[in-house]
Design a protein around this ligand. Structure first.
Ligand SMILES: [Zn+2]
Ligand SMILES: [Zn+2]
Length: 391
């Protein structure tokens, strides 16, 4: 019989909320989560768990052994904040100017500690081991990989992985558990266009890299529109452009950056082929040269269909007052993808927006905040899903 994890998470709500608000008040950037990791270790110590600190620099790992032998389930919670100046005006707003929990990882860490408490009180029912992983530097800086380099997937090696995100793209009360690809592979690109600088009044004596860049940006948008099947998903976004210093000078160089998102390897390969062809030929056609550097950040997050079906079933039975979405995907990315490439698992989304209360700003916005009742959904579903694999 499944424990009443919703009720238990509700009982622990003030614990979860207090932790979340404390983390929110004292946010820490990637690989600097020393205070946060200290609190995580302190709380896990109180439960008598075997813990390791300093994994992947600031990560914390705890093992929760059930009374019976069985498989190992890895639960991952990220801890890092972002370099954003908070504008929520909340009583628990960041005390560190320019650093903010604008993605909800404060809530994830609090959920992780709540789940640890709940599962520890059910140890006698668990057949197997829960590996609780508190990860640094999720925001594109390699936290998952650094924990993997420190052996987070060994001793013991997990059989399943579970992770979640509080999600303001969905209202409070909507849970999304989708099989297959759910988050995109992400690449960063940097483009360097060089021309021939000159006087702004004598463009015929120069080769203008700004005009070439404008055409490159426009033509890059034809890749998704004209080279990728309309039934597939892809994104090309140019997000920075720098060139020129004076109104009457045509500069010799322009630099641009952006991101590419895809779900499938073949789509990514085709997109990158066209990407290089376009920047070289469009810039070349205008008397300039273009070079690009592509940095692959994460593979896609792919949910195992079988594990995901089980999590869907649990969500339906457990969160009876919630709506369950089974086809939600996002072109956002997640370094949990690296762990899930090695160990099958399920990554799910807990709706946390509340438009009436103004809690519907997008992730990474200076006014981002959540409906904290979503913490109960996240804690309950994570605890129940973990328990399901340790029956
Ligand atoms: Zn984020
Ligand atoms: Zn995030």
């Amino acid at each position: 019989m499944m424990a009443d994890f919703v009720n238990e998470a509700q009982q622990l709500f003030s614990y979860t909320q207090e932790l979340r608000r404390d983390f929110h008040r004292f946010p820490e950037l990637a690989f600097q989560e020393f205070r946060t990791a200290g609190i995580v270790a302190r709380e896990l110590n109180k439960l008598g768990l075997e813990i390791s600190t300093g994994i992947g620099k600031t990560g914390v790992v705890a093992l929760l052994e059930g009374e019976k032998p069985g498989p190992v389930v890895l639960l991952r919670f990220d801890m890092d904040a972002l370099p954003i100046l908070e504008e929520t005006g909340a009583p628990y707003a960041s005390q560190t100017s320019g650093v903010m929990h604008a993605c909800g990882h404060d809530g994830h860490t609090a959920i992780g500690l709540t789940v640890a408490r709940m599962l520890q009180s059910h140890r006698e029912e668990l057949a197997g081991t829960v590996k609780l992983v508190f990860q640094p530097a999720e925001e594109g800086l390699g936290g998952a990989e650094s924990m993997m380099a420190d052996g987070v997937l060994q001793n013991p090696r997990p059989d399943y992985t579970l992770a979640l995100h509080l999600w303001n793209e969905a209202p409070f009360g909507r849970i999304s558990v989708t099989p297959g690809p759910v988050m995109a592979a992400a690449d960063i690109f940097r483009i360097h266009v060089s021309g021939k600088g000159g006087h702004g009044a004598a463009p015929h004596l120069a080769f203008d890299p700004l005009l070439a860049s404008a055409h490159v940006i426009t033509t890059l948008q034809s890749i998704v529109a004209r080279n990728i099947s309309p039934l597939k998903s892809a994104v090309v976004s140019v997000t920075t452009i720098h060139g020129g210093e004076a109104f009457n000078v045509i500069p010799p160089h322009v630099k641009m950056e952006g991101t590419i998102r895809t779900f499938e390897a073949e789509v990514r390969t085709r997109l990158l082929e066209r990407f290089y062809e376009i920047i070289q030929s469009v810039a070349g056609g205008m008397g300039c040269q273009a070079e690009a550097e592509i940095i692959h950040i994460t593979p896609p997050v792919i949910n195992d269909p079988n594990i995901t079906r089980q999590v869907q079933k649990i969500a339906r039975e457990l969160l009876t007052d919630c709506e369950l979405a089974t086809d939600y995907r996002t072109m956002g990315s997640e370094d949990m993808a690296f762990m899930m490439q090695e160990i099958p698992g399920c990554y799910f989304f807990i709706g946390s927006a509340n438009a009436e209360r103004g809690l519907n700003y997008p992730h990474h916005h200076p006014k981002f905040d959540i409906d904290e009742r979503a913490l109960v959904h996240g804690s309950a579903l994570m605890a129940a899903a973990a328990t399901n694999f340790l029956k």
